[in-house]
Design a binder for this molecule. Structure first.
Ligand code: 4AD
Ligand code: MG
Length: 466
C-alpha cells in the first residue's frame, strides 16, 4: 500500500508525473458526465488539492455522488496544473471512501458565521479560517519554547490543582471528590483534607524554581471563575509565565517586549500563508460590513520594529484625565485602569503597545515589590491595541517583613503560604516575572475579535460544551 503524502508536502515537493496518495476531506465537488472535480484539504496547510477523477475509474458512480465533508484517500498521478492558483493537481486513479457526509453536513458554504461555527466547534478545524488560526496557535507555542530555550530558561510544569489563592482575587474553581448534592462539603474529609482549587497562576511555584534554577517559565492552563462574558475573558485559558532571579522591573519589561516581538516575527516566518488566509477573511468581512479594511500585518510589522512606550500608572492617569474623552468610568488615581482606559492609551494615544508600570498597591496582588513612596508597587501591564492587557507582571517583594506586613494589611492567612515566605526567609534575592495570556496574544497576532475563536474549545460563563 502506498504511503500517504500530506498535501502541503506534495505542493512543496512539486514532483510532477509521479504517483502519490493523499487523504483528506472534500471541500467541494463538481460532477460532469465524463469526469468530476474534487477539491481536497487535509489540514496540513491552507492549500487544497484539485483532483480530477475520470468516469472510467472504478466505482465512479459512488465517487461522483459524494458530498462536501466526505473523507477519502486518492491515489493518482501528480501533474502540472492547467488552472491558475495552484502549481499541481492530481489525476485520480483510485478513490477509497472512508466516510461519507450527507446533506446535513453543517459546514455548507453559506452557513459559516463565527457564531454558528462556535456552536459546531468540533467541526471548526475543517474550515479554512480555523485551520489557519490553529496552525498559527501551534507556531506561537513553538515560538514560545524557542524564545525561552534560546535564552537559557527551563520549562516548568506547575501544578493545576492548588491549595492557595495566589492572586488573592478569589476567582477560583473548587476541586472536590465529594458529592456536592449531599449538602455542604466538609473539606477536611475531602480528597486533600482541605479545600483545593484549579490554579489561577503558576507564578508562586515558578518563583520557587527561579530561586534555585535562575530562569524558568511555565506554559499551562489556568482557570478563573470571574463572571466576565466578554470577547477577552475565558474561564480556562493558557498562560506563559517566565520568572527570573536577579531581574528587576526594567529587565522584566525588556523581556516582555522582546518576547512579543519574537512572537510576531516568528509567526511571519513560520505561518505566513496562514496569516494571509486570515487576512483574506478580515478583508472579506470588511467588505461585507462596509468597514475600512486595515492591513494588520503592516500594523504588526511596525510594532515589531519600534520601541514600546513605557509610562507609569500615575502618568497614565494624567494622560487619561487630560484627554477630554468622556469615559464610562472616570480615570482616578488609586483605581484600576478599565479596559476603555487601556484601549485609549494603546489605540488612540500611543497608537501601539505601551507598558504601564508602578500601579497603586491596592490595585495589585500582595506579592509585588513595594516602592519607596509607600503607595505604589513595581507592577507592569503591557497593553496593546485591539486587545488591551496582554501581559501582567511585576518585580516581586523579596523582603520577608514587607510581604508579611502586606499580607496582614490584606488580612491574608500566612499558613498556606509558609513555603512561599521561606523563599524570603532563606537566601532571598530580587526577582521578577510576568504572565502572558496566550489566547490574548493569538488574538493580537491574528486580529480575531473574539477570544472564543482562538482556543480549540472555549469555556466561558454558561458554556462548557465539547
Ligand atoms: O494579570 P494576571 O492576572 O497576572 C497573573 O496571573 C500573574 N500571576 C502573572 C505573573 O506575574 N506571573 O494575568 C496575566 C495575563 C493577563 O495579562 C491576560 O493576558 C491573561 O493573563 N488573562 C486572561 N486571559 C483570558 N481570560 C482571562 N479570564 C484572563 N485573565 C487573565
Ligand atoms: Mg492583570
Amino acid at each position: 500500500m502506498m504511503k500517504r503524502t500530506k498535501i502541503k508536502d506534495l505542493i512543496i515537493e512539486n514532483k510532477t508525473d509521479s504517483e502519490a496518495k493523499v487523504s483528506g476531506w472534500i471541500r467541494s465537488i463538481r460532477k460532469n458526465k465524463a469526469f468530476s472535480f474534487i477539491v481536497l484539504n487535509d489540514g496540513s496547510s491552507v492549500d487544497t488539492l484539485q483532483i480530477i477523477v475520470d468516469a472510467d475509474v472504478e466505482n465512479y458512480e459512488e465517487i461522483s455522488s459524494l458530498l462536501t465533508g466526505s473523507c477519502i484517500s486518492v491515489t493518482g498521478l501528480v501533474v502540472a496544473s492547467q488552472g491558475k492558483g495552484q502549481s499541481i493537481e492530481m489525476q485520480g486513479k483510485n478513490v477509497e471512501i472512508h466516510g461519507k457526509a450527507g446533506d446535513s453536513y453543517p459546514l455548507q458554504k453559506k452557513a459559516t458565521s463565527l457564531e454558528f461555527l462556535r456552536e459546531n466547534a468540533h467541526l471548526r478545524p475543517r474550515t479554512n479560517l480555523f485551520g489557519a488560526v490553529f496552525r498559527v496557535r501551534h507556531q506561537m507555542a513553538m515560538s514560545t519554547h524557542r524564545f525561552f530555550d534560546d535564552r537559557g530558561f527551563y520549562y516548568l510544569n506547575s501544578p493545576i490543582i492548588t491549595g492557595v489563592d495566589a492572586e488573592g482575587a478569589g476567582e477560583m474553581f473548587t476541586v472536590t471528590a465529594m458529592d456536592p448534592s449531599q449538602g455542604k462539603i466538609d473539606f477536611e474529609k475531602d480528597y486533600f483534607g482541605k479545600q483545593a482549587s484549579l490554579c489561577v497562576t503558576g507564578q508562586l511555584e515558578g518563583e520557587c524554581f527561579a530561586m534555585g534554577m535562575g530562569s524558568v517559565y511555565t506554559f499551562g492552563p489556568t482557570f478563573r471563575a470571574e463572571n466576565s462574558n466578554t470577547p477577552r475573558h475565558l474561564a480556562e485559558f493558557w498562560m506563559i509565565e517566565p520568572e527570573v532571579a536577579f531581574m528587576d522591573l526594567e529587565g522584566n519589561a525588556d523581556l516582555a517586549e522582546d518576547y512579543i516581538k519574537a512572537l510576531i516575527n516568528d509567526t511571519f516566518k513560520t505561518a505566513d500563508k496562514d496569516l494571509e488566509a486570515i487576512a483574506k477573511y478580515h478583508q472579506f468581512q470588511a467588505k461585507q460590513n462596509k468597514t475600512e479594511y486595515v492591513d494588520h500585518r503592516k500594523v504588526l510589522e511596525q510594532v515589531a520594529n519600534s520601541k514600546f512606550e513605557r509610562i507609569t500608572y500615575t502618568k497614565a492617569i494624567e494622560i487619561l484625565s487630560a484627554s477630554g474623552k468622556s469615559f464610562q468610568f472616570k480615570p482616578e488615581w488609586g483605581v484600576e485602569l478599565q479596559t476603555e482606559h487601556e484601549r485609549f492609551l494603546a489605540e488612540e494615544y500611543f497608537k501601539g503597545p505601551v507598558i504601564v508600570t508602578d500601579y497603586p498597591k491596592d490595585c495589585k496582588a500582595f506579592y509585588m515589590k513595594q516602592n519607596d513612596d509607600g503607595k505604589t508597587v513595581g507592577a507592569m501591564d503591557v497593553l496593546v491595541p485591539g486587545v488591551g492587557e496582554i501581559i501582567g507582571g511585576s518585580q516581586r517583594e523579596d523582603d520577608l517583613d514587607k510581604v508579611q506586613n502586606r499580607m496582614k494589611e490584606l488580612e491574608m492567612d500566612e499558613a498556606p503560604l509558609w513555603w512561599y515566605l521561606d523563599l524570603r526567609r532563606y537566601g532571598s534575592a530580587p526577582h521578577a516575572g510576568f504572565g502572558l495570556g496566550f489566547e490574548r496574544a493569538i488574538r493580537y497576532v491574528t486580529d480575531m475579535n473574539n477570544i472564543r475563536d482562538v482556543i480549540p474549545f472555549f469555556r466561558t460563563p454558561g458554556d462548557c460544551d465539547f
